[in-house]
Design a protein around this ligand. Structure first.
Ligand SMILES: Nc1ncnc2c1ncn2[C@@H]1O[C@H](COP(=O)(O)OP(=O)(O)OP(=O)(O)O)[C@@H](O)[C@H]1O
Length: 262
């Protein structure tokens, strides 16, 4: 893999070391991926369909533990600690490393308030002034507060698609994560809602590190500080976004960026 570094390199929040995911003991979804996720930066994962972007993303917060057909090999570190070490609780990992999916995932009949508070009430937190504050702060963080502050009791399902995706982001923020993983978060949204989410990603990186899977190369260039190009389960190149797009080091990256294959 080609890796390029900037002079003032940020700190590492997460890092994988030869991380592989094998499905049904036969198919490698990703193979021996080693790359960093830098603190307070946005990292985009790009590459053709089926190259392992989602597989890698899901390995970063132990989502594969929920799929019996998937086996994870190698290591993934958060702040230097291996999240796959035997004594680590995957539920705790997922609180520190949140996830936002392709389609918005509100609990449609739960209120907007309860949607945001879900991760906290699940672990026993009761509705009180502190929880009210966290809900407000999370909705503000997701740039949704002004639109919903007068209807916090309305069902989450009553919001537009773009608002629902921001609600999903507010829910992820409520548990104060260190990293948020986003799997094509705008693929079901219209251009205006997409723009809002992209702006949101830019402001959120001040408080969290973000990894985003995107099919849209313009989006990667708009939002990401670093980009990893995946191909057939491996990272071909990881570099600062501008550098990867303007002067890729690997021929395969150049071919992909020039549209030689998709
Ligand atoms: N649950 C599964 N069981 C078996 N194989 C799987 C499973 N999930 C993914 N794969 C395989 O792993 C490889 C990587 O898939 P993955 O979904 O990670 O790629 P992707 O780059 O995210 O694709 P896309 O851009 O189409 O979403 C593919 O060959 C896919 O068929």
């Amino acid at each position: 893999m080609a890796t390029s570094k900037t002079t003032a390199e940020p700190q590492i929040r997460m890092e994988t070391d030869k991380l592989s995911v094998v499905y049904n003991k036969t198919t490698y979804g990703v193979r021996e991926v080693s790359m960093p996720v830098y603190t307070n930066q946005v990292t985009a994962l790009i590459g053709p369909s089926g190259c392992g972007k989602t597989t890698y993303l899901r390995a970063l917060n132990r989502m594969h533990d929920l799929s019996p057909e998937a086996e994870v090999l190698g290591h993934a570190f958060l702040d230097g600690d291996d999240i796959y070490a035997p004594n680590v609780d995957p539920v705790v990992v997922r609180r520190k490393i949140g996830m936002v999916f392709q389609k918005p995932t509100p609990f449609p009949t739960k209120s907007i308030y309860d949607n945001v508070a879900a991760g906290l009430t699940l672990v026993g937190m009761r509705r009180n002034a502190e929880l009210d504050g966290i809900v407000e702060q999370s909705l503000r963080g997701a740039a949704l507060w002004d639109e919903v502050k007068d209807r916090l009791k309305s069902p989450g399902g009553s919001l537009s698609g773009g608002q629902q995706q921001r609600l999903s982001i507010a829910r992820a923020l409520a548990v104060n994560p260190e990293v948020i993983l986003m799997d094509e978060p705008t693929s079901s949204l219209d251009p205006a809602s997409t723009l809002r989410i992209e702006e949101l990603i830019q402001s959120l990186k001040e408080q969290v590190s973000i990894v985003i899977v995107t099919h849209n190369m313009q989006q990667a260039q708009r939002v990401a500080d670093y980009t990893a190009f995946f191909f057939v389960g491996e990272v071909v190149e990881f570099a600062p976004t501008r550098q990867l797009f303007d002067s890729p080091k690997e021929e395969k990256t150049e071919e992909y960026l020039s549209g030689a294959f998709s």
